[in-house]
Design a protein. Structure first.
Length: 382
């Protein structure tokens, strides 16, 4: 994983400077568009150093055992009267008992630019380059960085240095910061406090950034998501097909089930209609089948004599309907050979019940059941 540092060179964020770990942070690359960083791998990390002059910091004691959202609401209510603009025009953050306030248009512009990249993003105030548990000052990007022992910080232009230090000393008379770097103004003003060290970028990026504030919020839109997941054209096509399938397949399945239910209902109605012409509709198939089966003994009264063999055969044909492949009667032996093909099992139950309750003898029955369908041959003696 390679780490890149990036910071703006102007207040409009039109030009940036990039430093990379692989070059030891010694080579500056000037870019005029964030898209120039599209070659950064998704495994890399980009740390955006937002000028601390854009970030107002204030010490704030978070209440333990209270949610972040409630602490944030308490922080906002504490600072809203001191804001120069409306509360809704700002973004607020809390980290390590320090509250951060950034104008929404500024942080939104930064996050919108960075959301186009596929790498891991961290947005952090630039004074964290020198942040320690004591007061420190250093020069960076033609500005002076101030980090205070309470965790807050700021950055100012060199021309405003003395006035700013006077303000600090009015609030903190014993202010004697450690100076990093070789800035003549700083070294002459705080002669005995020079650390004779420059900003250590290697040490900075070696920190666990999970323990540092990150002001970045990913801006969700289709193009940013595509850039983030970094798909090839083939993977993109497969993803689109998969998403389309997830969207439309449930509707197709519902429609198919609806059609099958309609077909089943119509087929069931035809079965009942062929058995009983008085059937107007099918509400409860199993109950209505039982009712028809219970009527069979009454029907059998008409079939008590051999004179009604034809009626028996006609009723069997009515029961079997279109599922009877062949129907042959040997008059000499009174053997009726019935060949059935793909008869719904629900209909075969009625057919079989009629055979059992009629005065006929089943000579041979050779049937097979598959997928609720019955196929085979039955021989009966009338």
């Amino acid at each position: 994983m390679n780490t890149h540092l990036i910071y703006p060179n102007d207040v409009k964020f039109t030009e940036h400077t990039v430093l990379s770990h692989e070059s030891g942070f010694n080579t500056e690359q000037k870019i005029t568009s964030i898209d120039d960083l599209n070659n950064i791998s998704s495994k890399d990390r980009l740390i955006y150093l937002i000028p601390s002059s854009f970030v107002k910091t204030k010490q704030f004691g978070s209440i333990k055992n209270v949610s972040y959202e409630n602490n944030l609401a308490n922080f906002i209510s504490e600072v809203d009267t001191s804001l120069a603009n409306d509360v809704s025009e700002n973004e607020f953050y809390i980290f390590d008992d320090i509250g951060f306030i950034v104008k929404k248009d500024i942080i939104d512009r930064i996050c919108s630019l960075l959301s186009r990249l596929k790498c891991n993003i961290v947005v952090i105030p630039d004074y964290f380059l020198i942040k320690q548990k004591l007061d420190t000052v250093s020069e960076f990007n033609k500005k002076l960085l101030f980090s205070f022992e309470d965790g807050s910080g700021n950055s100012i232009h060199t021309a405003n240095f003395e006035d700013y230090v006077d303000i600090i000393k009015n609030q903190k008379p014993n202010y004697e910061p450690i100076i990093f770097g070789s800035n003549e103004t700083l070294n002459s003003f705080f002669k005995e406090n020079s650390a004779n060290e420059s900003i250590d970028f290697i040490k900075f990026i070696s920190q666990d950034f999970k323990d540092l504030p990150n002001l970045f919020k990913f801006k969700i839109n289709f193009q940013n998501i595509i850039n983030k997941i970094n798909l090839t054209k083939i993977e993109m096509a497969l993803s689109i097909i998969s998403i389309a399938a997830l969207c439309f397949l449930p509707f197709l399945l519902i429609k198919e089930n609806y059609n099958q239910a309609n077909d089943y209902q119509e087929a069931t109605f035809e079965i009942f209609k062929s058995i009983d012409k008085n059937t107007k509709r099918v509400v409860s198939p199993r109950l209505q089948i039982d009712q028809i089966i219970n009527q069979i003994p009454e029907i059998d009264k008409d079939f008590d004599s051999n004179k009604n063999d034809i009626k028996k055969i006609n009723f069997l044909i009515k029961l079997g309907d279109k599922y009877l492949e062949s129907f042959e009667l040997d008059n000499s032996t009174k053997i009726l050979d019935i060949s059935i093909r793909n008869m719904p099992e629900i209909q075969f139950k009625i057919f079989e019940t009629f055979l059992d309750k009629s005065q006929v003898t089943i000579v041979n029955k050779n049937i097979a059941r598959s997928n609720d369908m019955v196929t085979g041959e039955i021989k009966i003696s009338i």
